[in-house]
Design a protein around this ligand. Structure first.
Ligand SMILES: [Zn+2]
Length: 222
């Protein structure tokens, strides 16, 4: 019987230079947004050099757009130098900084909800909005797909979710989002779409529907 087993040859370094600046700025922004003082046991960044290693770490054949992910206190990023050859597109330094902040934001979400990851659109939307990722994305004409991503993943979740969060925050402020995260935390992971819709309504006074989100956007924006 043949089987393949792998060894990851890790090298420990201090985060320095551009990445350090980017990391510090992201942590500061995230601590502010989430009202968390995360200054000890800071998240570690794992830089991955190729697609094969990503697939091996994630134990699946990943799509070419998967360039970063996070896990409790760890952030994994494809190295910036390998973006061009090992992913679907190149990343500018600003986009790479936003990617780091995006993945770090998932750790703050995880911490705020005590490990509850759903709804995926809320999780990805917050990462997209708070990281500044949103500035590199095209604003959707209207909302019509993000709510599909309750507990499934996919490239399309990034099309609308950050803009949905922006609309919510512009209309109601960030405290409501934090209140929603607190309610999600209180479910202890016992979360269904129906349960989430109820919690959302408790916080915002309406259920999350495309009509509700489209109504929140000012018509003259489009
Ligand atoms: Zn993400």
């Amino acid at each position: 019987m043949y089987f393949m087993s792998y060894l990851f040859n890790l090298t420990l370094k201090l985060i320095e230079g551009e990445l350090e600046e980017s990391y510090k700025a992201a942590m500061e922004r995230l601590n502010n947004f989430f009202n968390i003082g995360w200054i000890h046991n800071l998240p570690s960044v794992f830089v991955v050099e190729d697609r094969t290693t990503i697939d091996c770490l994630r134990n699946e054949k990943t799509e070419p757009w998967v360039v970063g992910w996070s896990d409790r206190r760890k952030v994994f990023l494809l190295s910036r130098e390998k973006m061009k050859t090992e992913s679907a597109r190149e990343y500018s330094i600003d986009e790479y900084n936003a990617l780091l902040a995006h993945e770090l934001c998932h750790l703050f979400f995880n911490s705020s909800t005590n490990g509850v990851r759903t709804p995926i659109w809320l999780n990805e939307g917050l990462s997209g909005y708070v990281s500044g990722d949103i500035q590199f994305k095209e604003k959707p004409k209207s909302f019509s797909s993000f709510l599909e991503f309750f507990n499934k993943d996919g490239a399309e979740v990034y099309d609308e979710s950050a803009f949905a969060i922006k609309v919510l925050i512009d209309a109601f402020g960030k405290e409501k989002i934090l209140e929603l995260l607190q309610k999600i935390k209180e479910t202890s992971g016992n979360m269904t779409k129906g349960k989430f819709d109820d919690l959302f309504k408790e916080v915002y006074g309406f259920e999350p529907t495309y009509d509700a989100f489209n109504d929140l956007t000012s018509p003259k924006d489009y």
